[in-house]
Design a protein around this ligand. Structure first.
Ligand SMILES: Cc1ncc(COP(=O)(O)O)c(C=O)c1O
Length: 393
C-alpha cells in the first residue's frame, strides 16, 4: 500500500510557467495587460475561435455570456441537473429562471429530447446551457438544431473540455453552418486540464465578446489597462453596471505556457485513461467511462460506476476504502436537485431526474492528472482491485 496520500488532481507546472510569473512580477505590470492579451490570442488560435476573452473563472465567463446575450428577469435557460452548481448559479445571478432536465445514461450529458420538450413546454426560454461533462462533449448536433429551430442562444459550459472535439470540431470553435450565437466558457481552476490557479476564458462571436468584455471590467467602455499606458487616457466612461472579472497578467503568464504544454499533458492523460480502462475493465463489479465515436474527449475526469448488485459496499464506503489505501477519489457531482437552495426555490424532486439520481448514487472519480507517475497509476489500480476483491457480493 502507498505510504503517501495520492491527491486527486495535482497541477503539472513547468519551469517556463514559473519563469514567466517571475518576469511578470519583476516587469512592473501585474494586472490585466499584454500577457493576458497574448494568452487570449494564443487560446483563440488553439481552439479556432473567432474571439477570446480571458477572465478570472469559468463562472465569470458563464455569467458575462448570459449578460452579453441580454438574458435577465422573465427569461428562462434550459440546463442540466448533473453539473457543478456554478453552471446554474449564473442563471440565478441574472435573475432568470433555470429549467433543469435529466441526463443521458451513458455520458451523463444533458438529454436533447428533454431539452426540446422543455423548450416547447416552458414560456420565455432564451438559451440552452449544456455542459460537456467530464470532458466528453454533449450532443451538440441536436442541441444546435433545437436552438436554431426555436431561435435560442447556446452558452456552452466547457469547464472540463479543453481540448475536446465534437464531430471533428474543436469545442470553442464556431458551430458549422449554425447561425446560432454560441458562447463557450472554459475553466483554468487548479484541478483543470490547463490551470492558472483560478481563471477562465470565454470564446464566441467578436461582437458578443466585445459586449462581454465591457461586462467583465466594471462596465467601462475601454480596457482599464490602457488608461495607464502611453496610448491611454485617464478619462473613462461607464456604460453598464459591470463586474470585476478580468484575468491578471500574473495568471496569464502561467496560462501561456500551460497552453504550450497542453498537447503533451493530454497525451499523458490519455495514456493513464488507457491503463485504467484496461485494468479496471476486467472487473465485472465496475463500469469504465464511455467515449462515443463522434467525439474526442478531453478526459478531464475518469468516471467509475459501481454495479451495486455485485458489491457488498456502496459508493461512499468504496471512496472511504480507497482513502484508507491513501488514494484520493471524489464525486462529480451532487446533482443540482439535491442542494437545499434549488430544492426549495424551484421545488425540485429526485423523481424528476431519475437518471442523474441513480447514477449519482453509484459514481466516483479516480485520480487523474498528467502529474501522476506510473507508480501512482499502478497504486490506484491496485487499490481499486483490492477494494473490489474484498467486497464482492
Ligand atoms: C462543470 C463546471 N462548470 C463550471 C465550473 C466553474 O469553474 P470555475 O471554478 O473556473 O469558476 C466548474 C468548476 O469546477 C465545473 O466543474
Amino acid at each position: 500500500m502507498r505510504s503517501e496520500f495520492l491527491h486527486f488532481s495535482p497541477p503539472l507546472i513547468g519551469d517556463e510557467e514559473v519563469e514567466e510569473v517571475v518576469q511578470t512580477l519583476r516587469g512592473g505590470w501585474i494586472t490585466t495587460g499584454e500577457r493576458a492579451q497574448r494568452f487570449e490570442n494564443d487560446f483563440r488560435a488553439y481552439v479556432g475561435a473567432p474571439a477570446a476573452l480571458a477572465v478570472n473563472s469559468a463562472t465569470s465567463a458563464l455569467h458575462i455570456a448570459l449578460a452579453a446575450l441580454g438574458i435577465g428577469e422573465g427569461d428562462a435557460v434550459v440546463s442540466t441537473d448533473m453539473t457543478f452548481v456554478s453552471s446554474i448559479h449564473v442563471i440565478e445571478h441574472q435573475r432568470a429562471r433555470p429549467v433543469l432536465v435529466d441526463v443521458e445514461p451513458d455520458t451523463l450529458n444533458i438529454d436533447p429530447d428533454q431539452v426540446e420538450a422543455a423548450v416547447k413546454r416552458i414560456k420565455g426560454v432564451k438559451a440552452i446551457l449544456p455542459v460537456h461533462l467530464y470532458g466528453h462533449p454533449a450532443e451538440m448536433g441536436r442541441i444546435y438544431d433545437i436552438a436554431r429551430r426555436h431561435g435560442l442562444a447556446v452558452v456552452e459550459d466547457a469547464a472540463h473540455s479543453l481540448p475536446a472535439r465534437y464531430r471533428g470540431r474543436m469545442i470553442g470553435a464556431p458551430a458549422d453552418g449554425m447561425d446560432v450565437p454560441n458562447l463557450v466558457a472554459f475553466s483554468f481552476y487548479a484541478t483543470k486540464n490547463l490551470t492558472t490557479g483560478e481563471g477562465g476564458m470565454l470564446t464566441g462571436p467578436p461582437e458578443l465578446l466585445d459586449e462581454a468584455r465591457v461586462w467583465s471590467l466594471h462596465g467601462m467602455s475601454r480596457d482599464a489597462f490602457k488608461r495607464y499606458t502611453s496610448e491611454g487616457s485617464w478619462r473613462y466612461d461607464v456604460v453598464l453596471p459591470g463586474f470585476k472579472y478580468n484575468m491578471p497578467d500574473v495568471q496569464a503568464a502561467i496560462g501561456i505556457h500551460q497552453l504550450e504544454h497542453l498537447d503533451e499533458m493530454q497525451k499523458r492523460r490519455r495514456a493513464i485513461v488507457a491503463q485504467y480502462d484496461e485494468a479496471i475493465g476486467q472487473l465485472e463489479e465496475l463500469e469504465t467511462p464511455v467515449a462515443r465515436p463522434e467525439v474526442e474527449s478531453a478526459w478531464h475526469i475518469y468516471l467509475l460506476r459501481l454495479r451495486p448488485e455485485r458489491l457488498r459496499i456502496g459508493r461512499d464506503q468504496f471512496i472511504e476504502e480507497l482513502r484508507r489505501r491513501n488514494i484520493g477519489a471524489s464525486v462529480h457531482f451532487i446533482p443540482i436537485h439535491q442542494h437545499t437552495y434549488y430544492r426549495e426555490h424551484h421545488q425540485l424532486r429526485p423523481e424528476q431526474f431519475p437518471v442523474a439520481q441513480r447514477e449519482f448514487e453509484r459514481m466516483l472519480s479516480l485520480p487523474l492528472s498528467p502529474a501522476h507517475s506510473d507508480q501512482d497509476v499502478a497504486d490506484v489500480i491496485e487499490a481499486v482491485t483490492d477494494v473490489v476483491e474484498k467486497n464482492r457480493s
